[in-house]
Design a protein around this ligand. Structure first.
Ligand code: ADP
Length: 437
């Protein structure tokens, strides 16, 4: 027997005893009236509390326990405890849910959830961008009404989701490439995961182009070399002719050596850690080196002038700076016809250190300028080949400058000449103490 039954029986027994007492002491009529009054009071009391309970069940109040005597007090107390526990559980589930949503929102991939009719139940911000969706507006819309690409519709309806689907022309500008895969889950529901692989595809294409370019660049001198080898081996050539062929072979071998060595330099630059920002370059020595090389290479065929701020220097790797700046000056000499002028300038400008090479050479068409630092890009193929160029010089310059937080600017006018300017940031610019008198 539980507490409620026990209490009800006790109340009834007490009522019976009270009525019997009144009946014996006063009369039966009075006992009957007492019994009716007591029962009516009891009914009113329990009706009041039933109504209160009803209201409470409709809208539970977690903060306060309604007070009531006896069993009702106990009911309210227990109900309150239960409601509090549920409330805590609901809050915990809500928090977990919101953390889960936050985690999916933070994912770099697109996530869209479809119901059993392929209607959008939810999607994260990346998925909105990938497919041009609006998480609120497009809720409960059939996904193929919004993502209409025939490939996607076919893939979704195929129910064969082991392979991922590559979708091109996606995103806001219709220039992105997505890899999309569907994962069925639950009761016929689907998860659509998408990843932007535009950059990946671009690097892959660049890698393929690069391999093709290297092969092509090496194949040309190799073919020439094998031709000469065959000639020397098969034909009875006079000694002078044989020597000429050997020289030409040597030139081709040297060209291949230059290409391979430039490729190795590029690979090292790409793999190396960033140059130290506290190591000061002996800029006077670098410029002296560049000047000597320039004069040797030109052999007085050009008018070369230098205007140098001797105390100005930068921090970084000396050999790399020498190779980058030397390359710009060497190019100016290579591409400027005899009698032309070349001016080299090294000065501070608004906190930056600026190195510039101006030549009176043939100039470069505006359309070629943005592509100059691409590997193996040449404006004039035959001229570059004549000068023994590999087409990798400016790619190396770009890498060195990037590693030193510096920038390359090219200004050029066809027929009037070019200026290649290197701007080192203030953070890498330094001043050497003047040498003692
Ligand atoms: P290369 O080894 O062929 O010189 P670079 O990468 O150094 O390769 O230069 C790329 C191309 O830029 C060259 O082939 C040349 O056509 C052009 N170029 C570079 N410097 C100059 C310059 N000072 N004047 C005219 N053209 C230049």
């Amino acid at each position: 027997m539980n507490v409620i039954w026990a209490r009800s029986i006790v109340s009834l027994v007490l009522l019976a005893i009270a009525c019997a007492g009144v009946g014996m002491l006063v009369n039966v009529k009075a006992a009957l009236i007492l019994a009716i009054v007591m029962l009516a009071a009891q009914t009113c009391f329990s009706t009041f509390h039933k109504q209160r309970l009803w209201r409470l069940l409709d809208a539970p109040v977690y903060g306060e326990v309604p007070s009531a005597p006896g069993v009702w007090g106990e009911i309210y107390y227990r109900l309150h405890k239960l409601a509090k526990r549920w409330h805590a559980q609901v809050r915990q589930v809500e928090q977990q849910h919101s953390r889960f949503i936050q985690a999916i929102q933070a994912s770099p991939n697109g996530v869209a959830m479809l119901d059993d009719h392929d209607q959008i139940e939810w999607c994260n911000a990346i998925s909105e961008v990938h497919f041009g969706l609006d998480a609120k507006r497009d809720l409960r819309q059939h996904i193929t009404h919004l993502v209409r690409q025939p490939d996607f519709v076919k893939y979704l309806n195929s129910h064969l989701y082991e392979e991922m689907l590559i979708m091109r022309g996606m995103g806001e500008k219709r220039q992105n490439v997505l890899s999309v895969q569907v994962f069925p889950y639950g009761e016929n529901r689907k998860l659509v995961l998408s990843q932007d692989i535009t950059e990946l595809e671009r690097t892959d294409a660049m890698r393929r182009d690069f391999v093709a370019n290297v092969s092509h660049e090496l194949k040309t001198p190799l073919t020439v070399l094998s031709g000469f080898l065959e000639t020397v081996r098969e034909l009875p050539l006079p000694e002078s002719e044989r020597m000429r062929y050997l020289e030409l072979m040597e030139q081709q071998a040297l060209r291949m050596r230059h290409i391979v060595s430039d490729l190795l330099v590029l690979a090292t630059l790409e793999g190396d850690s960033k140059p130290p920002s506290e190591q000061m370059v002996d800029m006077r020595a670098v410029i002296r080196h560049v000047q000597d090389d320039a004069e040797n290479l030109s052999g007085k065929r050009h008018v070369i002038t230098f205007d140098i701020d001797e105390g100005l220097t930068v921090t970084g790797v000396e050999t790399e700076i020498l190779s980058a700046l030397g390359n710009l000056v060497t190019n100016a000499i290579h591409y400027t016809p005899d009698g032309g002028r070349i001016h080299v300038d090294w000065r501070a400008n608004g906190g930056s250190a600026v190195f510039s090479v101006t030549d009176s050479g043939p100039g470069i068409p505006a359309t070629d300028i943005p592509r100059l630092t691409e590997r193996f890009y040449r404006v004039d193929r035959s001229r570059s080949r004549d000068t023994g160029g590999t087409g990798l010089g400016l790619a190396i310059v770009k890498h060195v400058l990037q590693r030193h937080d510096a920038q390359l600017e090219v200004k050029s006018e066809v027929g009037r000449g070019s200026t290649f300017t290197v701007r080192f940031p203030a953070s890498r610019t330094a001043r050497r103490q003047p040498a003692p008198a």
